[in-house]
Design a protein around this ligand. Structure first.
Ligand SMILES: Nc1ncnc2c1ncn2[C@@H]1O[C@H](COP(=O)(O)OP(=O)(O)O)[C@@H](O)[C@H]1O
Ligand SMILES: O=C(OP(=O)(O)O)[C@H](O)COP(=O)(O)O
Length: 404
């Protein structure tokens, strides 16, 4: 079991730097989902009740993406959940931020600017390197302790996740603790019948490497979204390329094509790929068989035949894990695959876990009932990594921090 300290181990009335993950779906600059806010608000409420002064550190999107925006609206959404004001400062560790941190009083909550706007936060590097960044050095000297509640980012070796525990006392927040325990417990469960995993979404880099590592607990993988297309490309089909200005496919292909080929050849588990796909034609949804694809276009959902194949597999399963939508479900025309798969899981007599910030959002978007699933995790990449039984960089850092 774990050996990290939690917020139960904190003396009251401390000055705390609290890393949360409120990375959310964003459309036209506006946050679309508050699921993660609601969870982290619980931790912050508890910390306020113990008279701590709190500065919140978080990220949104990745540099260069449309979802990479300021956290000003995030501070407002958190304030709504806390039912009290949350001050926002458009700076993370510069003079303006330090001034705001200095004037923090007990039970105050200050929200710092998007940490991914800071040099040193990215890319993934060893904790020792991250601990030496100006970001970590500067902020750590302002606080008595660091609380990591950002389980959904615990698989990233970023400065705000792995750097602080090396230089300041580190504690797990409630969300970190609860998600860690729940996702670790899923790994331990044994099933007599088949276990199926639906993999989709855009972050194929997080899911491609886990397929072979999950072969001991998953019998069938059903692929859609970007990962589905990359596997079809490896299987010899003329798709899975960046077209229409996308930047989703080629860099992930370059980094992972060998692993994909290995996963396709494995006998340890079944990897099911789409046999038809949906795309936009004259403003409507159109479908084509994968076998007939010649022309490059953006494919935005799995097709009807694939949906039938995957939902049949789900109906036969004793457990189903989901990470990532199998199509661009935010657009109703391309939501069929994701919604029908989730509905089939909800109807099936199986243990089910749905993970990922965007994927969890689809449950709410299409009025599915969260109670029909055994568990909906706010984490995506971190949850699938936890299923492999391998450690998460953020958890390792908390454990190191607890050893002193
Ligand atoms: N074929 C596709 N092309 C582009 N985007 C896709 C495709 N299929 C799914 N997506 C997108 O994947 C996103 C979710 O991906 P990801 O961030 O990896 O999942 P999560 O946040 O749930 O872990 C959804 O917002 C959806 O629009
Ligand atoms: O939303 C997140 O992960 P997820 O999409 O796997 O749920 C986390 O905030 C991590 O974000 P990142 O994948 O840009 O590092």
């Amino acid at each position: 079991m774990t050996s990290f300290q939690t917020i139960d181990d904190l003396e009251p009335g401390q000055r705390l730097l609290v890393r949360i993950d409120v990375n959310a779906p964003v459309e036209d600059g506006v946050v679309q989902d508050d699921r993660r806010f609601a969870r982290h608000a619980e931790t912050i409420r508890e910390l306020r009740a113990d008279d701590h002064a709190i500065a919140v550190l978080a990220h949104q999107g990745r540099p260069g993406r449309d979802t990479f925006v300021s956290l000003e609206q995030h501070a407002e959404i958190l304030a709504d959940h806390l039912d009290r004001p949350v001050e926002f400062v458009a700076d993370t560790y510069g003079d303006e931020a330090l001034l705001a941190i200095e004037s923090l009083e007990r039970s105050d909550v200050l929200f710092l600017e998007n940490v991914r706007m800071c040099e040193g936060e990215l890319p993934e590097e060893e904790p020792e390197i991250k601990a030496e960044t100006e970001l970590v050095r500067t902020l750590s000297s302002e606080f008595d302790a660091y609380v990591n509640d950002a389980y959904a980012t615990a698989h990233r070796s970023h400065a705000s996740i792995v750097g602080f525990p090396l230089v300041v006392g580190a504690y797990a927040g409630r969300v970190m603790e609860q998600e860690y325990r729940a996702n670790t417990a899923i790994r331990e469960r044994a099933f007599d019948g088949p276990v199926t995993m639906i993999l989709g979404g855009t972050k194929a880099e997080d899911t491609i490497p886990v397929i072979e590592r999950l072969a001991d607990i998953v019998d069938h993988f059903c692929l859609g979204g970007v990962i589905g297309e990359l596997f079809l490309r490896a299987d010899g089909y003329d798709l899975g390329y960046d077209v229409d200005g996308t930047e989703l496919f080629d860099h992930q292909w370059e980094a992972h094509s060998e692993t994909i080929r290995d996963s396709l050849e494995t006998d340890a588990t079944e990897v099911m790929l789409p046999t038809d796909l949906a795309y936009e034609a004259d403003g409507d949804r159109a479908e084509t068989a994968v076998a007939g694809i010649e022309k490059q276009t953006s494919y935005l959902d799995i097709g009807s035949e694939t949906i039938d194949r995957y939902t049949e597999r789900i109906a036969d399963s004793e457990a189903v894990y989901v990470k990532g939508g199998v199509g661009v479900f935010e657009d109703e025309r391309f939501a069929d695959g994701t919604v029908e798969i989730l509905s089939a899981i909800a109807d099936a007599d199986c243990v089910s876990v749905v993970g990922g910030g965007d994927t969890a959002h689809s449950i709410e978007l299409y009025d599915l009932d969260e109670d029909d699933f055994t568990r909906v995790s706010i984490a995506g990449g971190a949850y699938v990594r936890a299923l492999t039984g391998e450690s998460l960089a953020g958890i390792d850092a908390l454990e190191r921090g607890s050893r002193g």
